[in-house]
Design a protein around this ligand. Structure first.
Ligand code: HEC
Length: 160
């Protein structure tokens, strides 16, 4: 057995430790959202949940002005429309059930309290899990992915 312990000293041990640290980096921490999956949502049901919960009091939806008809507007933060990257459902769920976790820039200073908390209403006692899944499906369907346009550079002529 003594032979084994000598084999794990020196550079080999350092390498083994390094490999273990890499493996460790791949193991998600218990606080991570890794492995979280919602059941598939329904876009039409998501729209019904959106209006039932009154999200349109603070949000406009790109291309859907009728959702704001006869609504007492509190704010006008746009959801949907052209974007470089559609939010993952993990991000959307977090924006809905834990809005202060990451504050969207879309609202500017008006979107937060002086303490930096989101002014978004808390729905966690009012919304079913199915409504949450449907809302995410509805919101994702409102975004339109725009590819990156290459920056136009003038032709480059090296000096003679
Ligand atoms: C009282 C106003 C208010 C209501 C009602 C409200 N929100 Fe918000 N919402 C905000 C504000 C302010 C922000 C921006 C600050 C932040 O990120 O939380 C926001 C941000 C968001 C974002 C992130 C947007 C982005 O560009 O990243 C999503 C998604 C969202 N809201 C969905 C909803 C949904 C769905 C509902 C209804 C269930 C809802 N909101 C109801 C005020 C509101």
């Amino acid at each position: 057995m003594a032979g084994h312990s000598t084999r794990f000293s020196g550079p080999g041990a350092a390498l083994a430790l390094f490999a273990a640290s890499l493996l460790g980096a791949c193991t998600p921490s218990p606080e991570s959202g890794h492995g979280f999956t919602l059941p598939e949502g329904d876009v039409a049901a998501g729209e019904r949940a959106f209006t039932r919960l009154g999200c349109q009091a603070c949000h406009t939806v790109a291309g859907r002005p009728e959702l704001r008809e006869n609504v007492a507007s509190e704010m006008s933060i746009r959801l949907g429309g052209p974007t470089r990257r559609v939010s993952t459902y993990g991000e959307l769920v977090t924006s809905i059930i834990n809005p202060s976790h990451r504050i969207s820039e879309a609202a500017g200073d008006a979107g937060t309290t002086e303490g930096g908390q989101s002014r978004m209403r808390n729905y966690n006692e009012l919304m079913t899990v199915s409504e949450l899944a449907d809302l995410v499906a509805f919101l994702q369907a409102q975004y339109e992915l725009r590819p990156y346009e290459p920056t136009p550079y003038p032709p480059y002529y090296p000096r003679p």
